[in-house]
Design a protein around this ligand. Sequence first.
Ligand code: CA
Length: 235
Amino acid sequence: MDKKSTILIIEDDQYISNFIAVSLEKEKYRVVSGKSATEGLFLFSSHQPDIILLDLGLPDRDGLEVIGELRKKSEVPILVVSARGQEKEKIEALDMGVNDYITKPFHMGELMARIRVAERNLLKYAHEKYETAFSAGRLTVDYDKRRVTLSDQEIHLTPIEYKLLLLLINNRGKVLTHNYILKHVWGYESTDTQNVRVYMANLRRKIEEKTASPRYILTEVGVGYRFSDDFDLTE
Ligand code: CA
């Protein structure tokens, strides 16, 4: 990529905000920072950032409200920065469709890695609109024919399994909560996520070589799943 992304930091802790900004600028990212929800939302409109780093604990408004506002108008990748003990808010944020989360205190290297994942997502979406198939390692999905193959052998998925697989592929690299998956595949929200687990296990049995060490559908313990966005899924 010739042009580095513009990243909006919404964080009221000046020390953390500066630290992140300096580190990102060192990597040649463009950075804009807001220290409240109001300022952040304003900067989002005025600067059209590529990625947002959002602190959940903001002085003026709830971070979850900010996500709601942002998602009304944009699918911009959002990385939530949560404090320890904000487990519930973190899951809610993921339910609302944020891409990823990182818990304070974190290592800059880890944050950078997650930003690169978000960037890869951006690149992917840019050209994926025109794609008619997905392919990674042994797995190929032909969208037009609704045909899924594993090492050129066709595998049969139920309509729900197929829908589930597409949701995962379209969101690869992104953490999807059980609730998010329920809402987008089954069309409702519930605390009973047993269905998701059962269908996911079936899907894994069909597409993973070793279900105990999956390469495509990764488990995010206590949260949900993430489809690998590692492009080197070679044999
Ligand atoms: Ca804060």
